[in-house]
Design a protein around this ligand. Structure first.
Ligand SMILES: [Zn+2]
Length: 184
């Protein structure tokens, strides 16, 4: 931030007064704070509507029942996903409900658009696993991540990336990100 230079002529005294006034009276009852919470809620409502439109269209394309969507301001206490340490959504197969949240658990930073959309596609792929492919569970397999990535890149209009995998202990696989990003 950069301050203005003092006015060349006239009003200099008021400029100095402004410069020295370092505090502002604030209401004690928290009334203004509750208004900003409404702004927060309204933004979430807009995001929710946009997500619902995306999910409705996508469900229609794949011929599955539409899933519900809930957009939360912060990560709820109980989440279903237990795979990644920093995650932004979950999916409940019984109720076909996707939940996404907009802030990280730890640092309370707002989720980036890319991460948010990627989460939405990831959770939708859980929905597809049950509703379209009829899997008894929705595992995070290599194929699962490939499907989620395909949907994400399509939805974002970016070129699909080939994912490179390296074996991990216990018959698992992890993405080799340096190699995957190099090849993009
Ligand atoms: Zn998942």
């Amino acid at each position: 931030m950069l301050t203005d230079a003092p006015p060349r002529k006239g009003g200099r005294a008021r400029f100095v007064e402004s410069d020295r006034m370092l505090t502002l009276d604030l209401p004690q009852d928290g009334q203004l704070f509750s208004s900003t919470e409404s702004i927060d809620w309204a933004m979430n409502a807009d995001v929710r509507r946009a997500c619902a439109e995306f999910l409705d269209a996508t469900s229609q394309f794949y011929g599955v029942s539409a899933c519900g969507i809930r957009v939360l301001a912060a990560r709820p206490l109980r989440v279903r996903e237990h795979w990644t340490s920093e995650l932004f959504g979950d999916y409940a197969p019984e109720t076909m409900l996707i939940r996404v949240w907009m802030r990280t658990a730890v640092r309370k930073e707002i989720t980036s658009f890319g991460t948010f959309l990627s989460t939405l596609c990831h959770e939708f792929c859980h929905h597809l696993d049950f509703q379209r492919f009829g899997f008894p569970d929705s595992w995070h397999t290599r194929g699962f991540y490939e499907r989620a990535a395909a949907l994400y890149h399509y939805a974002r209009g970016t070129a699909p990336k080939r994912l490179f995998w390296v074996p991990f202990r216990g018959e698992r696989w992890r993405i080799d990100w340096p190699r995957t990003n190099r090849s993009a």
